[in-house]
Design a protein around this ligand. Structure first.
Ligand code: PLP
Length: 234
């Protein structure tokens, strides 16, 4: 299948899942997870209708930016971000989806202040409480959200989660539902009427339809668009 066909199929599946859940398909945006893809593949994806690229690694982000590969699309940073790499990301991406600690928030604030801009962020929550994964624990989320709201150069836009790998279809839905509840709670904590919080990023190639059924507004899809990735380089 070609990239164009894959994009069309994923978008059709997204729309069907939205309609089944009584949602407007226009509420949900496909983020192409472009890790290990070349600049030319990224350009082809954008030409075929991808409007947001999700990048995992600072090194790849920097290389593709130097190539102008993302022209015509927005960029989300979706990978683990070390505080010492923040200067390569702040102000260069539209949204940092993977903020998970007070230290990282402070580092983003300092760099955004230096650049005199406001950086949009999501807080990543480790909804499956997995040792191997990034994200803050659910109980630490309210304090992190409060901190983000108090930082003048950071704008909190919502939550991101990567649930455990599903053993069987549907096994992830309770994690998506739990993330959705945290999102609703954060909105309520901040004040439902006065909020920029409108992003709930969850769902990948294997489970994006379930994520949409449970309220996702952003789904991050790689394999279903670009095919299987080679094993990760070290
Ligand atoms: C790679 C990646 C995805 C996409 O994964 P696929 O299973 O290939 O769709 C989504 N989110 C993050 C954070 C990723 O690193």
């Amino acid at each position: 299948m070609s990239l164009e066909e894959n994009i069309a199929r994923v978008k059709a599946n997204m729309a069907r899942a939205a309609l089944e859940a009584g949602r407007d398909p226009a509420e949900i945006t496909l983020v192409a997870a472009t890790k290990v893809q070349t600049s030319d593949t990224i350009r082809a994806a954008i030409a075929a209708g991808i409007t947001i690229c999700g990048e995992n690694r600072v090194q790849e982000l920097t290389a593709h930016l130097d190539d102008y590969a993302y022209d015509g699309a927005k960029i989300h940073f979706i990978g683990h971000l070390q505080t010492n790499k923040v200067r390569f990301v702040v102000g260069r991406v539209d949204l940092i989806e993977s903020v998970d600690s007070p230290r990282l928030l402070e580092a983003i604030e300092r760099q955004a202040e230096k650049l005199n801009l406001v950086q949009d962020v999501l807080l990543e929550v480790n909804i499956g409480r997995e040792e191997s994964k990034g994200g803050c624990l659910p109980e630490d989320l309210p304090a992190l959200a409060r901190q983000a709201m108090d930082l003048p150069h950071v704008r909190l836009r919502g939550l991101m989660a990567i649930p455990p790998v599903a053993a069987e279809p549907g096994a992830n839905r309770r994690f998506f539902a739990a993330t959705r509840q945290l999102y609703v709670d954060i909105r309520r904590q901040i004040g439902d009427n006065d909020t920029d919080i409108d992003c709930l990023s969850m769902g990948m190639s294997g489970d994006y339809e379930d994520a949409i059924r449970e309220g996702a507004t952003l789904v991050r899809v790689g394999t279903a668009l670009f095919g299987p990735r080679p094993p990760m380089h070290p």
